[in-house]
Design a protein around this ligand. Structure first.
Ligand code: HEC
Length: 403
């Protein structure tokens, strides 16, 4: 029952999260596009407070848009603020994190080598990572380093990858990508809440006191806006990464993540400079090819012989693909069977209303005679794998336990 409620809640939270994120990111992309395409004001117009203008065809008419300083004597009413898209995305994302990963004591976060870390420890680690990342990022960009972006940007990215490397010690691939996505997403929302909106409130207050429009508040918020803008594509990739198990289950998942983040930031930049840089389109294509080659190279690196590589688990992982298990069980649109992430040790509700503890015997039976115990909510669609040898079943079970 508890699993079922959590399942339905995650449907609701996921839908709200996706809609809110589309609204937030859509706004962010449109506002940046407007800034880039704004036709700068003539010097005489500038004296009257005009910064630029833009005409946009939509909905059977032209939006004639003017960007201007606000005259304290004529504060427009209504004046639209943009923040709830961001806050709704964060709140629904946090609820989703709880209903997908923190439920069942956080077992869904861990990888096979983390038996020593209890689930609650994993939840603590995940929350500490999210809050800690904000503290680190915000400290760097409040310090004097913010005047030196050539140092601050690489430093921020190196620290982020350091965090990914650390989490990779305990978290499984899917949870790792989502953890880094949640850390960055939280920082994006905190940028809106703490820097962008607060600065807007400050300058609106100073206007209300009759003081002239002060651009310094806007400048302070702009750096954070720009960070949010550049990190949008990487965060979207991480949020969707459950659909890319080829990447999240790779041995070199951390370096691959670094390549993806850098490549997507590069693509965003090339899109931004397209009015000034002739070769933007071909450069995006080049970035894509270079990223693909790097990722292909990283995928070809065999997993290290450290504690993570148990030969039975690796053989099981290969069987999982070669026997067609992945076709039905890998998360994605064509998924017919239940997700097997963190299946070992959990309590499974069956179609006949009983509950079983998932242990080795249950996993073996699920493979050999899947019709014997059918998981609630699923059709008895899994073919029996009676032809597999005992060793092969052992290897598959070892692999399932590692998920
Ligand atoms: C044609 C699709 C299909 C294929 C192929 C398939 N399965 Fe399944 N599997 C299902 C479905 C549907 C269920 C849920 C119904 C049931 O329990 O029989 C399931 C259930 C399971 C369960 C029980 C899961 C739980 O949450 O209790 C395990 C374990 C499992 N499969 C492992 C495997 C393995 C290992 C292979 C490959 C050797 C495999 N499956 C191949 C569709 C498939």
């Amino acid at each position: 029952m508890e699993t079922e409620i959590a399942g339905w809640l995650s449907v609701v939270f996921r839908f709200i999260h996706v809609i809110a994120a589309i609204m937030w990111i859509g706004n962010s992309l449109l506002f940046t596009w407007m800034e880039i395409n704004l036709i700068a004001a003539q010097p005489d117009e500038e004296k009257r407070g005009k910064l630029g203008h833009l005409d946009m065809l939509h909905g059977g008419g032209v939006f004639h848009l003017e960007k201007r300083l606000i005259d304290p004597a004529k504060i427009p009413v209504p004046l639209h603020w943009f923040m709830w898209q961001s806050y709704t995305t964060w709140i629904s994302g946090a609820l989703l994190l709880v209903s997908v990963f923190y439920i069942h004591g956080g077992a869904a976060l861990l990888n096979a080598d983390s038996q020593d870390l209890q689930g609650w420890g994993a939840i603590g680690l995940s929350v500490a990572g999210i809050l800690g990342w904000w503290a680190v990022y915000d400290t760097i960009w409040r310090s004097k380093l913010k005047e030196l972006p050539k140092i601050a940007i690489p430093l921020t990215l190196i620290l982020l990858m350091g965090a990914a490397f650390l989490f990779n010690q305990w978290f499984n691939g899917r949870a790792l990508y989502l953890q880094i996505g949640a850390m960055l997403g939280t920082s994006m929302s905190a940028n809106v809440f703490i820097h962008i909106i607060r600065n807007q409130k400050k300058f609106m207050a100073s206007l209300a006191e009759g003081k002239a429009h002060d651009m310094k508040y806007g400048k302070a918020a702009k750096t954070r806006s720009l960070h949010n803008h550049y990190i949008t594509f990487p965060v979207l990739f991480m949020m969707l990464s459950a659909h890319f198990p080829q990447v999240t289950s790779a041995a070199q998942k951390v370096p691959i993540l670094a390549v993806i983040i850098l490549a997507l930031m590069c693509v965003k930049h090339l899109m931004n400079v397209r009015t000034k840089f002739r070769y933007w389109a071909v450069s995006i294509f080049g970035t894509f090819i270079v990223a693909c080659l790097l990722i292909a190279g990283l995928l070809a690196v065999p997993s290290s012989t450290s504690a993570t590589s148990d030969p039975a688990v690796e053989a099981g992982a290969k069987l999982f693909v070669s026997q067609g298990c992945a076709a039905c069980h890998q998360e994605g649109s064509a998924q017919l069977g239940p997700s097997l992430q963190g299946v070992f040790g959990k309590k499974e509700e069956l179609a006949d209303g009983t509950t079983v503890q998932v242990d080795e015997a249950y996993l073996r039976q699920s493979i050999r005679e899947p019709q014997a115990k059918v998981v609630k909510g699923f059709a008895a669609a899994m073919p029996p794998y009676a032809h597999l040898s005992e060793k092969e079943v052992d290897e598959l079970v070892a692999y399932l336990k590692s998920l």
